[in-house]
Design a protein around this ligand. Structure first.
Ligand code: HSE
Length: 298
């Protein structure tokens, strides 16, 4: 038997929620096919659309599946996976997370939903560990659960699926430059000032409240990051211009998507999200940097 999976692109951090908040894009993602095989272990049979290792132990989907099979405890079980990457590695919209999350979600279907979502997140985090050195969950959690998610705690792992307002859209511009997550993490400071922490956790609480109340004005005020963005934004061409002018074009606000170089903007409604896409295009077209733009409901 075999299963086909759509694994969505994700925006991690969502401005104020570094390593804890993430959202899934409804319409952008990878496609994967998995089947049970009589050859024990994990085999990646094909990867289309990106130059990534086929060897399971070197591949984020492979290591996530290996973690899963180890816990399943039937050494003779084999799983084969083929991957069509629509999300480019290094794009900042959860490419590695989509591979890892899609693989374990698909395999779990083949195993008749043996594992709960929390376990799938834990397995997929092994993919993130391989990809960037840190098993962060803010991409894999929304990829598995959909919508917005919050990682309340890493130890023990405690992930909460949040409410998503009816008409919330995301626009993402992906400049075609590569920013490695490990590098973008390496430049961060390990200490934060108390006054910055106060502002940041005020915003995190407000963002969650805004999502539940479907209060778009509150969501807009909460989309602020005083800790990570000031450091990482130097890696992204025209970042401040983008943010300012996309808000003028109707966005609620936004910031760096994950570790960059993509930039995301949230909007109420498809019309605003498309107007934001047009604004992004008008800012990037003259820069001579190639880019891709995605518009998606959350
Ligand atoms: N929270 C992670 C980071 C996401 O910002 O480094 C990486 O995609």
């Amino acid at each position: 038997s075999s299963v086909k999976v759509f694994s969505p692109a994700t925006v991690a951090n969502v401005a104020c929620g570094f390593d804890v908040i993430g959202l899934a894009m409804d319409g952008t993602g990878d496609e994967m096919e998995l089947r049970i095989s009589d050859q024990p272990g994990v085999r990646i049979t094909a990867i289309e659309g990106a130059d990534l290792p086929l060897e399971a132990a070197q591949n984020v989907a492979g290591v996530a599946l290996m973690a899963m099979l180890q816990e399943y405890g039937q050494p003779e079980l084999g799983i084969e996976v083929s991957i069509k990457k629509n999300i480019q590695p290094g794009s900042g919209i959860g490419s590695s997370a989509a591979s890892a999350a899609g693989a374990v979600a698909g395999a779990n279907k083949l195993l008749n939903d043996h594992f709960p979502p929390e376990s799938l997140i834990r397995f997929a985090m092994e993919g993130e560990r391989l990809a960037c050195g840190t098993p962060h969950a803010d991409n894999v959690a929304p990829a598995i659960m959909g919508g917005f998610t919050l990682v309340r705690s890493y130890q023990p792992l405690d992930v909460i699926r949040l409410h998503t307002p009816e008409d919330l859209w995301v626009t993402v511009i992906h400049p075609q430059i590569e920013v490695k997550t490990s590098d973008a993490r390496g430049i961060l400071k390990q200490q934060v000032l108390l006054r910055d922490a106060i502002r940041q956790w005020g915003n995190v609480g407000a963002l969650v409240a805004g999502l539940y109340r479907e209060d778009y004005a509150l969501i807009s005020r909460a989309l602020e990051d005083v800790i990570v963005e000031p450091i990482r934004s130097i890696l992204i061409p025209a970042f401040h211009d983008l943010k300012l002018r996309c808000k003028e074009a109707g966005a609620l606000g936004g910031g760096i998507s994950g570790s960059g170089p993509s930039v995301f903007m949230l909007s109420k409604g498809a019309d605003n999200a498309n107007a934001v896409a047009a604004m992004m295009e008008s800012i990037y077209a003259p820069l001579g940097v190639d880019y891709r733009i995605h518009v998606s409901r959350i």
